[in-house]
Write a protein that binds this ligand. Structure first.
Ligand code: SF4
Length: 511
């Protein structure tokens, strides 16, 4: 299988002259960056530039990055999450968080031009944090500065670290500094781990709810399907290791247990700030994941070795797991050519599993960056002829579909939409692929079924294409009360008038 290289399309940067609401989504990035720097946010922006290096596209092409931090905050019990940002951003973020099943309220400190420029907004935030800081209800309060307050330098770092025993975590998560919502999860998870680590260093902390585990634990980094930690626990059990906490955690005291591990498994490889905290605590980090036969083989070796497990026990774990995974993979195969793109950060491990399931995978694009913890996966995929694109732009993902003409395109919403229009079966990465088990034995079986079922839909696509023809395409898209009538003469007339105006303007400029 030979992969082709796809030309890199770099979107043109548009720089808006003024600091405006929503400017980071729609351009104006440089203006916001300059404003943020001169408002005293240089240090945090430089940290982000190092932690989350940018690629061919340097502004969000998916949902607002702050959603990642918001989601991490909302999923933690006894944690209040408050947004400080433009009303339109907060509306979108609140809507999305409830769409994804948040069962908590999102706090909001509104502002207007006056409170923003006079510094009153910060006073309002301080007041609201004091009001909320009830230790009966909360362990922590998270305040997230969105684009405009970050660019305006609203100094969350000046908030007290703790009020009435409630921890206060203020973070800046601007779209012009944090490229993806995946990495924004790390911004909050990292800030919480840092806080928790300092608490550990200052004295005794709460034990885990169910007490400390007997065996040394592995902390899992990344949000994954709930069955995956259980699958991983079975894989490592022969090495006398246990699965500890998953980060982002669901409760504050779990942060202590996460740090109190033997090894950190960076299943999702983009948690740079969190990894910095684990490394500061002296924990070794292992990248990749137990996916497929080869992935599980290597991962078990690396985990066992990092945890100081005897080679005989590592071999025992491998001898137990690998024949079962092999058997599952030999029973059925994925038949077809696939392109894969996503912004969750788990794209490379899914890609590995697809290849091991027999797929003719040609391209994997991830909105996340290359890190030391996905280097082995990238190398492995490249050795199988797969084109790996980090920080992939939407244009590159679409180019891949066009170039490789897959039997199945797995991707983000716009990629899936594009593929469907081109009569290519497609699956949403976030909802349909990353929301299922991927690790160990369960992962191998579940992915083959869903992928083959989707590929087998080609006939239905062809029938629909034949039936609908060009209905609803181009100018005819939308809902019409009557049969739409094309009016080419109006367009021609408008064009003539525009040309006349342009000629007049040019003549005036020259005169
Ligand atoms: S906070 Fe999010 S939605 Fe608002 S401007 Fe920034 S990137 Fe866009």
């Amino acid at each position: 299988m030979q992969s082709k290289s796809i030309p890199v399309t770099i979107p043109i940067k548009s720089v808006q002259p003024a600091l405006a609401e929503g400017a980071a989504c729609h351009g104006g990035e440089q203006t916001l960056l300059d404003a943020a720097r001169s408002a005293g946010k240089s240090e945090v922006l430089e940290r982000y530039a190092l932690d989350y290096p940018k690629g061919p596209h340097d502004q969000p092409q998916s949902m607002c990055p702050a959603f990642g931090s918001l989601r991490v905050g909302l999923r933690m019990s006894r944690t209040a999450t408050i947004l400080s940002g433009s009303a339109c951003c907060v509306y979108g973020l609140t809507f999305t968080s409830h769409f994804y099943g948040a069962r908590r309220s999102v706090g909001y400190v509104p502002f207007n031009s006056e409170t923003l420029v006079t510094g009153k907004l910060f006073e309002d935030i301080r007041e609201s944090v004091h009001e909320q800081a009830d230790p009966q209800k909360y362990d922590a309060i998270v305040i997230i500065n969105l684009c405009v307050p970050t660019a305006s330098g609203v100094p969350l770092q000046l908030l007290p670290k703790e009020i009435n025993g409630v921890r206060i975590i203020g973070i800046d998560v601007p779209g012009f500094g944090v490229p993806t919502h995946a990495e924004a999860k790390d911004v909050l998870a990292g800030a919480m781990l840092k806080y928790a680590r300092q608490e550990i260093m200052s004295g005794p902390v709460q034990a885990p709810r169910k007490g400390r585990q007997q065996n040394p634990t592995i902390t899992l980094l990344g949000e994954m399907f709930p069955a995956d930690p259980m699958g991983i626990a079975q894989l490592i059990e022969p090495m006398k290791l246990a699965v500890g906490t998953s980060v982002p955690t669901r409760e504050w005291r779990e942060l202590y247990a996460a740090i109190d591990c033997s090894v950190v498994a960076a299943i999702h490889p983009f948690y740079t700030a969190s990894i910095r905290e684990f490394e500061a605590a002296g924990r070794p980090i292992v990248g990749s994941a137990p996916v497929g036969v080869e992935g599980t083989h290597d991962w078990l070796q690396n985990i066992g070795q990092s945890a100081g497990v005897a080679q005989a026990l590592i071999d025992e774990a491998r001898n137990k797991a690998l024949p079962i995974i092999k058997a599952v993979l030999s029973q059925q195969k994925i038949n077809g050519r696939i392109t894969l793109s996503g912004y969750e950060g788990s794209e490379l491990i899914v890609a590995r599993l697809l290849v091991e399931c027999g797929a003719d995978l040609r391209y994997v694009g991830s909105a996340c960056p290359a890190t030391p913890w996905n280097a082995l996966d990238a190398e492995w995929l490249k050795s199988k002829g797969v084109q790996v694109q980090f920080r992939a732009s939407l244009e590159q993902d679409l180019d891949a579909v066009q170039e490789f003409k897959p039997n199945l395109a797995i991707g983000t919403t716009p990629v899936v939409q594009y593929a469907k229009e081109a009569c290519i079966p497609s699956l949403y990465f976030t909802n349909l692929i990353s929301a299922r088990p991927l690790m160990g034995v369960a992962g191998a079986g579940s992915l083959i079924q869903v992928v083959n079922a989707a590929i087998n839909n080609q006939d239905r696509f062809n029938k629909m294409k034949d039936f609908f023809g060009t209905t609803g395409q181009g100018d005819l898209a939308g809902v019409w009360g009557e049969k739409p009538v094309d009016r080419p003469e109006f367009r021609a007339d408008n064009r003539r008038q525009m040309e006349k105006k342009n000629k007049q303007r040019k003549a005036q400029e020259m005169g």
